[in-house]
Design a binder for this molecule. Structure first.
Ligand code: NAP
Length: 297
């Protein structure tokens, strides 16, 4: 039997509609308009397109959306001053510095300068620490999107065996930490695999939920998946170009073969990808509510 396709595109659309209504209410009832600034240093084409997409989504949802483009030779000191300005700006609730930054700038120094209450990417050590102890203010956007997909697909139950392939700070480690929490939509038994894992297949075959964030096409093949498992493919690999010059994207999972074994699976594109920007917006609404002292859900 072929797996149910978990459409991130559809779930993201659903969440954006909810956010749009929430923003309207925040503005009308509380005079609070969520404000998001995206800071782009230089002109890296991929970064330009990510920042443009974030700005467009923020505007669509009714945010005060500011795109602050800076030249590639901006000094670290001037970038820190800019962050300080937005840290103090009451109209700005979320600050996003698009990565990667030019080599002359220390990325961590910049990210750590963002006020943790405006860190809508969830990368500041204070927010990472809070996540670990179950007191998160913000979840990093991609893991947050993965958890939301699992919840809305009704795919996660207490005690689920979750196996995560990959241990990066932006996907593997935070999603493992989130799903192990004593909380609704979590309470999983989590195993994390990486390149030094001895027998990865022995682990993946136990997974009720298999989350793959390796950055390697076909890192997971059908023989590694348990019958009926839920498979979340985080990978985005550019494997070629169409005759029109558009990138051909592939995930980390052998989709065609695995979908015959899994009970549900996310596609690439159209799976986790569309969720990431959406959860950034959700974090910004949350930051605005926190700043206004309004109750959170
Ligand atoms: P990363 O920093 O390169 O980390 C990859 C992780 O996978 C590492 O921990 C690595 O292990 C592990 N790994 C690599 N090959 C493996 C293999 N064959 N078996 C087991 N483990 C393996 O990557 P990332 O930033 O987490 O991103 C992962 C993928 O997700 C990429 O394709 C990226 O483009 C995609 N991504 C998508 C979104 C989205 O919004 N859809 C967001 C973020 C990332 P070691 O630690 O031992 O090296």
């Amino acid at each position: 039997m072929s797996a149910k396709i978990i459409s991130g595109t559809e779930v993201a659309k659903e969440i954006r509609e909810e956010l749009k209504a929430e923003v309207k209410e925040l503005v009308e009832k509380h005079n609070v308009q969520p404000g998001l600034v995206t800071i782009l240093v230089g002109e890296n084409p991929a970064s330009v397109s990510y920042v443009t997409a974030k700005g467009r989504t923020a505007k669509e949802l009714g945010f005060n959306s500011i795109q602050d483009d800076q030249p590639g030779d901006l000094s670290e000191e001037d970038l820190l001053k800019l962050i300080d300005k937005y840290n103090k700006d009451p109209k700005i609730h979320g600050i996003l510095v698009q990565l990667p930054l030019p080599k002359h700038i220390d990325e961590n120094k910049v990210l750590y300068a963002i006020d943790p209450d405006k860190d809508v990417d969830g990368f500041h050590p204070v927010n990472v620490g809070r996540l670990v102890i179950g007191e998160a203010k913000f979840y990093p956007c991609t893991p947050y999107g993965i958890q939301e997909l699992l919840i809305r697909a009704g795919a996660i139950e207490d005690g689920a065996e979750v196996v995560v392939v990959g241990r990066s700070n932006i996907v593997g480690k935070p999603i493992a930490m989130m799903l192990v929490q004593k909380a609704k939509g979590a309470n999983a038994t989590v195993t994390v695999c990486h390149t030094r894992t001895r027998d990865m297949k022995a682990h993946t075959l136990r997974a009720d939920i298999l989350i793959v964030a390796a950055g390697v096409p076909k890192a997971v093949t059908a023989d590694m998946v348990k019958e009926g498992a839920v498979v979340i493919d985080v990978g985005v690999n550019r494997v070629g170009k169409t005759p029109e010059g558009k990138a051909i994207l592939e995930g980390d999972v052998d989709f065609e073969a695995v979908k015959e074994k899994a009970s549900a699976i996310t596609p690439v594109p159209g799976g986790v990808g569309p969720m990431t920007i959406t959860m950034l917006m959700k974090n910004t609404v949350r930051a605005a509510k926190m700043a206004a002292g309004l109750p959170l859900d």
